[in-house]
Write a protein that binds this ligand. Structure first.
Ligand code: NAI
Ligand code: MG
Length: 366
C-alpha cells in the first residue's frame, strides 16, 4: 500500500439512450484498475441525472448552476444526449454544448483506430497499421450558435433563418497550435488542415492564414491542406497520408463519423473534450449519440466509451493504465469477442467482461 491514495473526483453524466449502459462499462474498467492499483488511486463518482427525461420533468436539460457544479470535478464522464420527444437542438445545446462551451473545452480529440479482428469497411493494403487523430475545433466555428429565425408572421412559407459561423484568430490559432504540438509527439510529424476556403471566403480563409503563420514555428512538422470534400475522399482513398488532421467544429464532426465507420463502427470511436490549460475540467465521451434504435437492449458497443475512459485516465496522469486499456481492447477484438455492430454476437457486458479479463493478463505480465 502507498501512503496516500489519489482520489479523482469524476462527474458522471450518463444522459440518454445507450449513454448510461456504455458509461457503466467504462466505470467498471476504471474501478477494476483502481482496485488493482495497490491503493495508488481511486475514483469518487457523482452521478448527474441530466438529459431528456430530466427535461421532460423540469423543462431544463441540466440544472441552472450545472456548469458551476461541474467545475469542482477532476473530469467529466459523459454518455450521450438526445431522445425522441425532445428536439435534438434543444437537447444538444442544453447539455453537451452547454458544458463544452461553458468550460471552454476547445480541443476535441478523436482518434481513428483500426483494431485487430474487426471487419473493416475499408479495402486498403495497409489497413492493419492505419491510425490517425482528428482534432476538432470545439468552441466556435459553425457551432457558435449565432443567428435567429424571424418573419413567421408574414405567413406560411415566408419565415427566414440566419445561422452564422464564427472564426476568431485566437480560436483558430489555439487549435492549430494544439495540432502541431500533438504532431510532434507522433511517429510521423505531420498536420493536415481541412477547410472549405474556396466557398467560405471569410472565416476559413482566416483559418488558412493562421495555419500558414503557425506552421512557421514548427519547421520540423510536415504540413498539408485540403478542402473538406476532397478530404472525405482521402479518408477512403489515401488514409495512409493522414496523421494529425485539424478541422473546424462541423467538418471534424462529420469526418470523425466517416473515420470510425471505415474502422468498423461508430461504436468504437472515443473522444476527449479538453480544456488544455486545465482551468476547468475536461469531458470524455464516445463519439456516437444515444442510439435510440438499440437503447435498452444491452447490445451497444461499449468500446468507444471504454476508450474514452482511457483518454480520461491519460489526462489525469494515469498513462500506464490508459495504455493497458488500449491493449486490453485490442486483445479482446483480436480474440473475436465483438458486438453485433461489428459482426459479432456478444452483448455489451460480455465485451467488458472480456476486457477486464485481458486487463488481468496484461497486469500479470508487467
Ligand atoms: P447515433 O450515433 O446515436 O446512432 C447512429 C447509428 O449508429 C445507429 O444505428 C446506432 O444504433 C449506431 N450506434 C451508435 N452507437 C453505437 C454503439 N455504441 N454500438 C452499436 N451501434 C451504435 O446517431 P443518431 O442516430 O444520428 O442520433 C441519435 C441521437 O443522438 C440524436 O438525438 C442526436 O442528436 C444524438 N447525438 C448525440 C451526440 C452526443 O451526445 N455527443 C452525438 C451524436 C448524436
Ligand atoms: Mg457527431
Amino acid at each position: 500500500m502507498v501512503d496516500q491514495t489519489n482520489v479523482f473526483k469524476i462527474a458522471v453524466i450518463p444522459g440518454d439512450g445507450i449513454g448510461g449502459e456504455v458509461v457503466e462499462q467504462g466505470l467498471r474498467v476504471m474501478n477494476h484498475l483502481a482496485e488493482n492499483s495497490d491503493g495508488r488511486f481511486s475514483f469518487q463518482t457523482d452521478y448527474f441525472p441530466w438529459g431528456c427525461e430530466y427535461y421532460l420533468k423540469t423543462g431544463k436539460m441540466m440544472d441552472e448552476d450545472g456548469v458551476d457544479t461541474l467545475r469542482e470535478y477532476d473530469a467529466i464522464y459523459f454518455g450521450a444526449v438526445g431522445f425522441p420527444g425532445v428536439p435534438d437542438h434543444v437537447s444538444l445545446w442544453g447539455l453537451r454544448l452547454a458544458i463544452c462551451q461553458g468550460m471552454d473545452q476547445w480541443a476535441n480529440i478523436r482518434p481513428i483506430e483500426f483494431l485487430p479482428g474487426v471487419p473493416r469497411r475499408l479495402n486498403h493494403p495497409s489497413v492493419d497499421t492505419l491510425n490517425w487523430i482528428l482534432i476538432r475545433e470545439n468552441s466556435e466555428g459553425e457551432y457558435s450558435g449565432i443567428g435567429g429565425r424571424n418573419f413567421s408572421g408574414r405567413g406560411p412559407g415566408k419565415e427566414v433563418a440566419v445561422q452564422s459561423a464564427l472564426f476568431t484568430e485566437h480560436g483558430c490559432e489555439r487549435i492549430i497550435r494544439f495540432a502541431f504540438d500533438l504532431a510532434r509527439t507522433r511517429k510521423r510529424k505531420k498536420v493536415t488542415s481541412v477547410t472549405k476556403s474556396n466557398a467560405q471566403q471569410y472565416g476559413m480563409v482566416l483559418w488558412d492564414e493562421v495555419f500558414a503563420r503557425v506552421s512557421l514555428d514548427y519547421p520540423d512538422v510536415e504540413t498539408d491542406q485540403w478542402l473538406v470534400d476532397a478530404m472525405a475522399a482521402n479518408f477512403v482513398l489515401r488514409p495512409e497520408e493522414l496523421e494529425v488532421v485539424v478541422a473546424s467544429n462541423l467538418f471534424a464532426d462529420i469526418l470523425s463519423d466517416l473515420g470510425s465507420a471505415l474502422a468498423g463502427s461508430l461504436g468504437l470511436a472515443a473522444s476527449a473534450n479538453l480544456n488544455p490549460e486545465k482551468k476547468s475540467p475536461s469531458m470524455f465521451e464516445s463519439v456516437h449519440g444515444s442510439a435510440p434504435d438499440i437503447a435498452g437492449k444491452g447490445i451497444s458497443n461499449p468500446i468507444g466509451a471504454i476508450g474514452s475512459a482511457a483518454l480520461m485516465l491519460d489526462h489525469l496522469g494515469l498513462k500506464k493504465e490508459a495504455e493497458q486499456i488500449h491493449q486490453a481492447i485490442a486483445e479482446t477484438t483480436r480474440q473475436g469477442i465483438l458486438t453485433r455492430d461489428i459482426g459479432g454476437h456478444y452483448d455489451t457486458e460480455e465485451i467488458t467482461d472480456a476486457i477486464l479479463k485481458n486487463l488481468e493478463t496484461i497486469n500479470a505480465n508487467v
